[in-house]
Design a protein around this ligand. Structure first.
Ligand code: GLC
Ligand code: MG
Length: 713
């Protein structure tokens, strides 16, 4: 199983994740990387984690690598979009189509599409949803934090409507969460709270598709506080050093480091309620007598230069420390190394019989509670949200109503003074976290669900099994390739009918569906398996009764037919084609007037379209017909799409044609037959092993080519 995991924002690398460096690099990043590492251990899985390529002086060079091998079966693949500067996730929206295109190009170059696509967060959800219109692959979505919830919170904080849109782009996010969930075959959450409460306001929520799978924790890092000896001595040394330097850092603030300490560890965000914790501690002489308070709130150099929200939180911390005169009792370290020091901080706290505390009113998940529990540090935290699952699964701490300040203070005091209770919670944490929150069992459950959704997706129509059995598929143009020579056409029609079981038949034409069907019938050709019509802008099956919607969705991007028609109406050398079926939803066709300077004309058209930012694909045939298509549409990509969609090995496909609108079919190493009566402009495509220039014209040339490629003996 080849799994593509998409996580676009933040700074993603396999080691030394810069946890908490900014709002985009944190719990989600950790989760995704750990999942990928675990999946990469399995022999029956290949996994690629797709993220953004970042070349930015402010960021490490690691993020410039396009391919990072994580393990034998896992890689991180970095593709650019919106330039290579590091920008916050809210600003990525306009560039996601570029990412889609780069991703498709990537899968094409490596010659295989994923069996499963798993998108993390709404931005990746957008990219994945676009992809699944191109590769009909089962889609898994994990929203992580959710837009509707964030919207509510930001509103409660008095954030203006204008800022909600201009800074947070909140409606775009919510719209894409809805869309991702609608298209997803599976939606994964970490807690019941997320599934039942946070996803509840979404219209596309579908209970049937949802699964709660608790994430794992890197248990080698978060080992119990009393287990140093079982580690590799070199690692232990490093840990001891980290612990020592953290100890030193705390000493700078504390009169005595003998006492237990109450540890808070979170980003400096208003919603973490750090001020409340300081107040509770500041007002309680009892707590101050028996414990210190240690608050590790991100990393700072100069508060004055920090982002507004963080600045506010940190300034309040300092003011409260001063107001309650907590000098010597409260530590607020400036620096720590998130990867190396965090587990040591928990362990240091546990060794001194301290407590982990968070006074945030709501945690959607509560990763820090799991980490603290894993090393054996009991917690006190909110009785709302994701922490409820942790309490239920592990019973490794105490939950309180955060609005009840006395309850918090009592819980802290109680735990600090009741040694038995402390040890019970501590040991529950160590044991139960290992059972529930480990990546091995997460991945087992996860892969089980993936199997289920991919096998149910596999119930494809009969066409799929027919296409899968074929030895070859001929994709041929109609006019002057199939037709033009009556005798040849009859011979080819007979060959196609006779070899129906092993040789599939598709057409790729500039004609409309109706007129294509008409000609084919007139020439007694068998019914084609697939009809690519309107110069690759439409794909139909089942005698034209079934249109491929995925393809239409895919090519529709940035298509502005009205604007194009208007722009080009001013060019006297172009006349809109009038014939029935010549103008289609995704095809505008002109006839070029006689004696026009074609080169000059094409340049003028390109400039006009460029100027108006209307990207298009221009196809000129016989210097007479000009077709304008969406930039993603052409006969060649339509074939490629079909080959992905129906899993037809591209080397088994043979294209045949004669004119300019067939040119796109002959690229990408595709086996191609160019009949003798081809238009002169195709001569430039000679000198390539995969292209066969037939000596015979039309259908006879096609037969000659099929023999050349050993499709026929
Ligand atoms: C067919 C179509 C016409 C198109 C031409 C070249 O003749 O009917 O609309 O311009 O092919 O692709
Ligand atoms: Mg033709």
């Amino acid at each position: 199983m080849y799994i593509a995991i998409i996580n676009l924002h933040g700074l993603v690398r396999s080691d030394n994740i810069e946890m908490g460096r900014d709002a985009d690099t944190g719990g989600q990043t950790r989760y995704v990387v750990d999942l990928v590492k675990e999946l990469g251990k399995r022999d029956d899985v290949e996994v690629d984690l797709f993220t953004r390529l970042i070349k930015d002086a402010r960021c490490d060079k690691d993020y410039q690598k396009s391919v990072e091998q994580v393990s034998e079966h896992a890689r991180i693949i970095r593709l650019p979009c919106g330039g290579t500067k590091y920008i916050r996730k809210e600003l990525l929206w306009p560039y996601l189509d570029e990412y889609v295109d780069n991703l498709i190009a990537f899968f094409r170059t490596q010659g295989r599409a994923p069996d499963i696509i798993h998108a993390h967060y709404a931005d990746a959800g957008y990219v994945a949803t676009e992809l699944t219109t191109y590769f009909p692959t089962p889609l898994v979505f994990t929203g992580h934090s959710l837009g509707r919830n964030k919207l509510e919170y930001l509103k409660s904080q008095g954030v203006s409507d204008e800022k909600l849109e201009q800074y947070y782009h909140i409606s775009t996010r919510i719209r894409n969460e809805e869309r991702s969930m609608r298209h997803a075959d599976l939606v994964i959450t970490s807690t019941h709270y997320e599934k039942d409460i946070l996803y509840a306001p979404y219209e596309s929520r579908d209970e049937q598709k949802m699964q709660v799978i608790p994430p794992g924790l890197d248990l080698d890092t978060f080992f119990p506080y009393y287990h140093y000896e079982i580690q590799d001595p070199a690692i232990t040394e490093e840990m001891k050093r980290a612990q020592y330097s953290m100890g030193r850092e705390l000493q700078r603030f504390l009169t005595t480091t003998e006492k237990p300490f109450i540890l808070a560890l979170c980003r400096p965000e208003a919603r973490k309620n750090i001020d409340l914790l300081i107040e509770i501690y500041g007002k309680s002489k009892e707590l101050q007598a028996i414990a210190n308070l240690v608050i590790v709130a991100g990393i700072r150099d100069d508060i004055a230069t920090m982002e507004e929200g963080e600045k506010q939180v940190l300034t309040d911390m300092l003011l409260l420390m001063d107001r309650y005169d907590l000098y010597g009792k409260m530590a607020i370290p400036k620096h720590h190394n998130p990867e190396r020091d965090v587990p040591e901080l928990y362990r240091l706290a546990a060794m001194k019989r301290g407590i982990f505390v968070s006074t945030a009113a709501l945690e959607n998940f509560g990763l820090t509670f799991i980490e603290a529990s894993a090393v054996g540090l009991p917690f006190v935290g909110t009785d709302k949200g994701g922490v409820q699952d942790i309490k239920q699964n592990c019973d490794s701490g105490v939950l309180v109503d955060i609005s009840d300040h006395k309850a918090i203070s009592d819980a802290l005091y109680q735990l600090l003074t009741d040694t038995d209770a402390w040890h019970t919670y501590s040991e529950h944490g160590v044991q139960n976290i290992r059972k529930v929150y480990n990546w091995t069992s997460h991945a087992d459950t996860y892969l089980g669900h993936l199997e289920t959704i991919s096998s149910s997706k596999k119930q494809e129509p009969a066409l799929a099994s027919r296409l899968a059995q074929l030895e070859h598929l001929l994709v041929s143009d109609i006019d002057n390739t199939l037709t033009g020579d009556k005798e040849g056409a009859e011979a080819l029609a007979a060959i196609l009918t006779k070899n129906q079981n092993k040789l599939g038949f598709a057409v790729a034409t500039g004609r409309s569906l109706e007129s294509a069907l008409e000609v084919l019938e007139a020439h007694a050709f068998p019914k084609p398996d697939i009809l690519i019509t309107a110069v690759g802008s439409e794909i139909h099956y089942a005698d034209g009764q079934l249109q491929d919607k995925g393809w239409s969705n895919f090519i529709r991007r940035r298509w502005k037919p009205e604007r194009i028609r208007k722009l080009l109406s001013e060019l006297p050398a172009l006349q809109l084609q009038q014939g029935e079926g010549t103008q289609r939803d995704y095809k505008i066709s002109y006839t070029v007037v006689e004696n026009a300077d074609i080169k000059q004309l094409m340049q003028t058209i390109r400039d006009l379209l460029d100027e108006q930012k209307a990207p298009c694909h221009l196809v000129l045939s016989h210097d007479t017909y000009l077709d304008i298509l969406p930039y993603r549409a052409n006969k060649g990509d339509a074939i490629q799409y079909i080959s992905w969609k129906w899993k037809i090995d591209p080397t088994r496909i043979i294209a045949a044609g004669d004119s300019g609108n067939d040119r796109d079919m002959f690229s990408r190493q595709r086996k191609s037959i160019i009949v003798a009566n081809h238009e002169a402009s195709l001569d430039s495509m000679k000198k390539s092993k995969h292209r066969f220039f037939a000596s015979e014209a039309s259908a006879k040339g096609v037969i000659e080519g099929l023999k050349h490629f050993k499709v026929l003996s």
